[in-house]
Design a protein around this ligand. Sequence first.
Ligand code: PMP
Length: 303
Amino acid sequence: MYKVWIRGKNIDEDKAVVNVMSPTAQFGLNVFEGIRGYWNEDEEVLYIFKLKEHIDRLLESCKLVSISTPYTKEEIIEAIKSNIIANNFKNTDIALRVTVFADGIGSWHSVENFDMFVSPIRRKRTDINNLKGLKASISSWQRINDNILPPRAKLGANYINGRYAYLQAKADGYDVPLFLGNDGKITESSGACVFIVKNGKLITPDITSSILESITRKFIIEYAKDIGYEVEERKLDRTELYLADEVFLVGTAAEITPIVKVDKFIIGNGEVGTITKKLLKDYLDIVSGKNKKYIKYLTPIKG
Ligand code: PMP
């Protein structure tokens, strides 16, 4: 049983309820963040990656969908810390959601009565020794865009667009979808951004390509440049994916996920790419506080 922080306190998960009459239950009106915490066994500390950036994005999502923020940035960070301590997480990696929801009776156009919950689970990082490349398909479902439902806001309802594409990809025998936007260019997957590697260069759709402004994407761009790779952010064609040397997804949940096939095209030699693997290994060292160069991006929590 986990403790969930809701409406100001940490309580048992089965007591944390949201009214069925609420716009959240009825219309999917909520904004949220998915955040990861990584256990550093040498230091006995749980490190949260880019906590402040996640809260900044949560507040921006609130602004875009006219959700008046119930708590300040500092109060949200305190709520998250208190929830991790209440759950006494030790010797484990975690994932948590911070969700701003519409409380009480209301409609899809309600502009009041918002509150927040923090819901954590134990979740292991990717096992680098057991890496599996995924098969992706270019979805026949189009990505939502800035003039329909802005992907830039991490709005619960946006994920129904992802649901259509993800379930279709699964039904067709693939692991994940990749969406095209209304301009016919590559956007992102249903819960992660995409990079290709071509001739040693990393390329990823730019932030006006109908994508969530991914925190992991931004970090991988910074890190890849730091270790000497050239990185391009620009519009990306689907055939560039087919002809790429490597393809991988990035995201808080996805971490760095290799893609070895896109539609009927084998990527590279069909194995997990060497640059992909190196980035994943380095990423896991960074987020768990083993590489001190990037320690400024980590918030340590000691129980
Ligand atoms: N795109 C979508 C649609 C997502 O849901 C996510 C996961 N939050 C991402 C990209 C990756 O974003 P981040 O790196 O901030 O987790």
